[in-house]
Design a protein around this ligand. Structure first.
Ligand code: FES
Length: 173
């Protein structure tokens, strides 16, 4: 059984945010009530997050208040409000992974990356998030890097994985 996959994915490529491009991206939703969530998802898919500067533009587009736009983006935790790292690492915090040492693993990961949950490493490579069950409990503790799940992760295997990802990211620049 594969327990720890050393498959190195290419980092997700996002565009640098500009208000001009964001305005262009959501223009198709003009006069289409009820499409704010779709527009926000589209912005996040392109830029990796929803920039603060897009809020007034969206409020105007939908003829709603900025507070309403803010309300929607903060209600749905999937919407990122700041630029994300090249890779998003999610560390499972649910029961099965907890039973197999995810709390200690999480502490080691935070120390290694030098950042907490909902933060991005100083080099811009990794954003760290908690997750609650990845459906791979038999191989706990689990993490997910972008869309790839890694099971039976140890401090050492995490170090090796992130080292590989960091050099891949450096090579892709
Ligand atoms: S509890 Fe971690 S994958 Fe299910």
């Amino acid at each position: 059984m594969a327990t720890f996959m050393m498959q190195l994915e290419n980092p997700v490529k996002y565009r640098d945010f500009t208000l001009e491009m964001a305005t262009e991206v959501v223009e198709e939703f003009r006069n289409q009530a009820g499409t704010l969530l779709v527009a926000l998802h589209k912005l996040q898919a392109i830029f990796g997050y929803v920039d603060e500067a897009a809020m007034p533009m969206l409020a105007k587009l939908y003829n709603i208040s900025r507070a309403e736009v803010h309300g929607v983006t903060s209600f749905y935790h999937d919407f990122k409000r700041s630029k994300q790292g090249r890779y998003t690492i999610k560390v499972c915090q649910a029961e099965s992974c907890q039973a197999m040492g995810s709390a200690q693993l999480t502490t080691a990961i935070k120390a290694q990356l030098g950042c907490d949950f909902h933060e991005t490493t100083a080099d811009g490579n990794f954003s760290l998030e908690p997750v609650y069950c990845l459906g791979n409990c038999a191989c706990s503790p689990n993490i997910m890097v972008d869309k790839q799940t890694y099971g039976r992760v140890s401090t050492a295997s995490f170090k090796a994985l992130t080292k590989g990802l960091a050099s891949k990211a450096a090579g892709a620049q």
